[in-house]
Design a protein around this ligand. Structure first.
Ligand code: 4NP
Length: 156
């Protein structure tokens, strides 16, 4: 059996965009019967929210779309992640440059924008932390579209 693809979602705080992206992917994989095909996690480049669940607005936004993400817990990117995961999927260009800056030799190629991995060009997912409900809904629409694209490719 093919080993699962190991995908790590990365944003700044690991309480908004990356857990939303992970939750969207998890839900789309389950719907497609492909949960076994991917091992996934999410992290932040920052340490501020380690151990916390996603932001309550992210949890509410996902729930409005029928997806549960309250079980996820924030952690910070660590050196071992570059071994443990095949691809590090960054929400925006700042995240990407922060991740590449600490990547061990030879691992920078594993780091890319989530949008690019999803086949949607280079699109940054805007940080909704200082925004409102509408900003979270914009993020959800983006990450769910990317999750669907990833799942379609895996299922093809
Ligand atoms: P995220 O959003 O990177 O999408 O999780 C943020 C969450 C928290 C902070 C910044 C961005 N913060 O500065 O605490």
């Amino acid at each position: 059996m093919t080993p699962p693809v190991r995908l790590l979602f990365v944003c700044l705080g690991n309480i908004c965009r990356s857990p939303m992206a992970e939750g969207a992917l998890r839900a789309r994989l389950q719907q497609a019967g492909l949960a076994h095909a991917v091992r996934h996690d999410s992290v932040g480049t920052g340490h501020w929210h380690v151990g916390e669940p996603p932001d309550h607005r992210a949890i509410a936004c996902a729930a409005r779309h029928g997806v549960e993400i309250a079980d996820l817990r924030a952690r910070q990117l660590c050196a071992g992640d570059f071994d443990e995961f095949d691809v590090l999927l960054c929400a925006d260009r700042d995240n990407l440059s922060d991740v590449r800056a600490i990547a061990p030799a030879g691992a920078a190629g594993k780091c890319q924008l989530l949008s690019r991995y999803a086949g949607q060009g280079d699109i940054e997912i805007p940080d909704p932390y200082s925004g409102g409900t509408r900003d979270f809904d914009v993020v959800w629409a983006m990450v769910d579209r990317m999750a669907q694209a990833i799942v379609s490719r895996l299922g093809a």
